[in-house]
Write a protein that binds this ligand. Structure first.
Ligand SMILES: Cc1cc2nc3c(=O)[nH]c(=O)nc-3n(C[C@H](O)[C@H](O)[C@H](O)COP(=O)(O)OP(=O)(O)OC[C@H]3O[C@@H](n4cnc5c(N)ncnc54)[C@H](O)[C@@H]3O)c2cc1C
Length: 470
């Protein structure tokens, strides 16, 4: 990857200044490309890594409205940190568990709430966890790569997530990998490890990535490969003092051509002359720039609305699904706020969609004065969405039930979250069809859909695309 000194003359356009766009620019710069322009429609870089600052007790600190954490398996993010000269220097993560009635529970601690049934359940879960780790390393060898190329056909090809050869290209054949197209609950049943879902659910469903009956196992296991899952269980997680947004701001400061903010791409035309014509709107005026190549890091289904998409792009991109993840940052009545983050397991079911599943207490020393972020999913395949306002109401009520009456919502949002394809489209080779389009009409597809909707997978996918095609 490190081939600085090349003098590539091509002009490259990147749409989107989130983790995928900023990392793609970094990797291009490292390879010696100097004519790279990144267009970002908002007035900030970082995309869904969004860390607004608020003042509490006279001190301004970063809170998280988007991405919060990483782990030692965040190899690509670590490359960004090194490039920018920053470190994961944020507060330690702490958590507890509650039921839907707001009472504290101890699902993983038989000593706190003893029963023989519970102990037996925990032992079963532990042995299934061991079994899963083993089968993923053997039967499903090759599963832990970034991206999905070949998986539906029983092959693997991509950058490795394995510590000893992280971010190195590996490939091979393993027909068992086809099972990864199954919904995760079915995949677990097939392998006799149903109980591991009770562990995987917290960092998956409560983090907005969908329910296990609708999401192919490939997404679950590529994001929460067994090493990352163990780091999550042990709470050995990375956070950033100035928030995850600060990673991308720091990288952006080191780019030869920093992100053009407040610049929305409104049209893309790719006629037969080999050039890409990109029209941007900035300060109310539009202009068209000419490029040799284009990297799209924004939602591919949205690309259809402003680009001269062809039939292949249209057929593939209309199959993309996404989650509707809602979060707000709130203050609580004096002496009545949480003092530690909490998971509400009962609310992580499709029937309880729209309810608060998790809340994040970031700063231990602010105790119950710390504003907290609260999160809910309001959709599930085949069911009606819970309306946005009703979701906010349910989340607010849930916090009150837990004993934390809200004072004020400081900020709230719903995000286009975790783009993915259905188990059927996955099995039918959606990813191989997408890969076959890479480079056609000077266009490259990057961002969350390529591997998974987290910072690491998006940055690693940008690394892979720059490494393979530039
Ligand atoms: C609540 C929440 C919690 C999360 N927690 C974690 C976590 O703990 N750990 C983790 O690793 N990840 C987490 N994530 C996920 C992570 O933030 C995303 O996967 C990551 O930001 C995706 O990067 P991206 O660049 O592909 O897309 P985005 O971050 O969505 O960036 C795309 C950018 O493109 C811009 N854009 C869109 N259309 C246009 C246009 N037409 N012209 C110009 N610009 C455009 C957008 O404004 C945006 O800035 C979380 C996300 C959310 C919302």
């Amino acid at each position: 990857m490190e081939r600085a000194g090349n003098d590539h003359k091509e002009r490259i356009c990147i749409i989107g200044g989130g983790p995928a766009g900023v990392s793609a620019a970094m990797y291009l710069q490292k390879k010696g490309y100097h004519q790279v322009e990144i267009y970002e429609k908002l007035n900030k870089v970082g995309g869904k890594a969004w860390s607004p600052r608020f003042e509490v007790n006279g001190e301004s600190r970063a809170y998280e409205m988007g991405a919060i954490m990483g782990a030692k398996t965040y190899y690509a993010v670590h490359e960004l940190e090194r490039f920018a000269g920053i470190d994961h220097d944020g507060p330690e993560m702490r958590r507890m568990y509650r039921n839907a009635d707001g009472q504290e529970i101890f699902p993983f601690d038989p000593q706190k709430e003893f029963s023989f049934g519970k102990l037996a359940g925990l032992l079963r879960m532990k042995s299934q966890m061991k079994k899963l780790v083993k089968i993923m390393d053997t039967k499903y060898k090759g599963y832990d790569l970034y991206g999905h190329v070949g998986v539906a056909k029983g092959r693997y090809s991509g950058l490795s997530k394995e510590e000893s050869r992280a971010l190195h290209r590996v490939s091979g054949v393993n027909p068992n990998l086809k099972d990864l197209a199954l919904p995760f609950d079915e995949f677990c049943r097939k392998n006799g490890v149903e109980d591991v879902q009770k562990i995987w659910i917290a960092p998956f469903t409560s983090f907005g990535y969908g329910f296990f009956d609708e999401i192919p196992a490939a997404y679950v296991m590529k994001y929460l490969d067994t090493t990352t899952a163990i780091e999550f269980i042990a709470m050995r997680l990375w956070t950033w003092k100035d928030g995850t947004q600060s990673i991308y701001e720091a990288v952006n400061r080191k780019l030869e051509n920093p992100v053009h903010l407040n610049t929305e791409v409104v049209k893309v035309e790719r006629p037969d002359d080999g050039k890409v014509y990109v029209t941007v709107r900035q300060d109310g005026t539009e202009r068209t720039e000419v490029f040799d190549r284009l990297i799209i890091t924004t939602p591919l289904d949205h690309f259809l609305t402003y680009a001269d998409a062809d039939e292949d792009e249209h057929t593939l991109f209309t199959k993309i699904r996404h989650e509707e993840y809602v979060d707000f940052l709130a203050t609580f009545r004096p002496n009545d706020g949480p003092t530690i983050s909490g998971y509400i397991f009962d609310n992580m079911t499709p029937e309880r969609r729209g309810h608060a599943m998790v809340y994040y207490h970031r700063w231990k020393d602010l105790t119950d004065n710390c504003p907290c972020s609260v999160y809910a999913l309001r959709n599930h395949a085949g069911d009606e969405d819970v309306p946005y306002d009703e979701t906010i109401r349910k989340m607010t009520d849930d916090m009150a039930i837990c004993g934390f009456p809200l004072q004020k919502r400081l900020i709230e949002q719903e995000t286009y979250y975790c783009p993915h394809v259905t188990p059927e489209d996955y099995a039918a080779g959606w990813y191989d069809r997408l890969d076959a389009l890479q480079g056609r009409r000077g266009t490259y597809y990057a961002g969350e859909i390529l591997s998974f909707g987290d910072m690491e997978d998006t940055c690693a996918s940008s690394r892979d695309i720059v490494g393979r095609f530039f």
